[in-house]
Design a protein around this ligand. Structure first.
Ligand SMILES: [Cu+2]
Length: 276
């Protein structure tokens, strides 16, 4: 899960806005990240970012097998990218909690080769962000002045992550957005594991809780409903269209020093849900 950060770091600084007057619901501004090779993405549309809902459009022109994951890191008030850079370099080794007090991973932007992936996130007004992936040189983005910021549209369902459990509805939609909120004090991730025909929910959940490698569990598949580890307080809307009708288990497979490297699912962080 740490592959993006382990590769090192680049930053693209996106700066939020001073709190602006609330205005009419305007469409969220769009930032386009274009990937054509192994280098950092080309960034367009990020020079006048307000806080609030912002749509990231990730265009990956490569003919690669795997997409790329970029962490959208929020700097804590008063911290600069120069403060955060040496600590970000330790995240691959030590995990995101090493950032505490300096920065927080609130969101991830993932690409899919040959496709366009969009993700709308709420950028905190007045905050500064860095897009972190690999070890290329940081791309600094000019910070513009700030128009009013729209809020995220209401989700179709909300799943809450705590230390160490999920809560939310037992049935999730397959359209609209599922909001995932981290109300824990730790970093958490979410992956929806699909139960294929013949899989017994109780058996699969027991195996997961025992720490069996999910790759070795039969009759399950991994959906693309996935958010890598995000910080306490992070709010992410995931398109429910990544879920097909059926039975799923939501799991947090993340583990770090705070959990003695045990995956959180072994601490009980799993929940059975149905998608309709
Ligand atoms: Cu967790």
């Amino acid at each position: 899960m740490m592959r993006a950060l382990a590769r090192l770091l680049i930053g693209l600084v996106v700066a939020g806005a001073a709190a602006a007057a609330a205005g009419a619901q305007a469409p969220a501004p769009v930032v386009t990240l274009t990937i054509t090779g192994d280098g950092p993405p080309a960034v367009a549309g990020a020079d006048r970012l307000p806080g609030g809902a912002t749509t990231f459009r990730v265009v990956d022109h490569r003919r690669a097998k795997r997409g790329r994951d970029m962490a959208l890191v929020r700097l804590e008030p008063g911290r600069t990218l120069a403060d955060a850079t040496p600590i970000l370099a330790r995240v691959g080794e030590e995990g995101p909690p090493v950032l505490r007090g300096v920065a927080a991973i609130d969101h991830w932007l993932s690409s899919e080769p040959g496709r366009i992936v969009t993700r709308t996130v709420a950028l905190r007004p007045g905050a500064t962000y860095a897009l972190v992936e690999g070890d290329a040189a940081p791309i600094a983005l000019a910070v513009g002045d700030v128009p009013p910021h729209p809020a995220l549209a209401p989700p179709a369902a909300t799943v809450t992550m705590r230390d160490h459990r999920f809560s939310g509805p037992a049935v999730l939609p397959s359209s609209g957005a599922v909001r995932v909120v981290n109300r824990g004090a730790r970093y958490h991730e979410i992956l929806a594991i699909r139960l294929e025909r013949g899989a017994r929910s109780r058996t699969v959940r027991r195996q997961l809780r025992r720490g069996v490698d999910p790759e070795k569990i039969r009759r399950i598949s991994f959906s693309s409903f996935f958010i890598p580890p995000v910080a306490p307080g992070a709010v992410n809307d995931v398109p429910a269209a990544t879920l097909r009708q059926g039975r799923y288990v939501l799991v947090c497979l993340y583990g770090d020093r705070e959990s003695r490297n045990r995956s959180h699912v072994t601490l009980g962080m799993e929940r059975a849900v149905r998608v309709r």
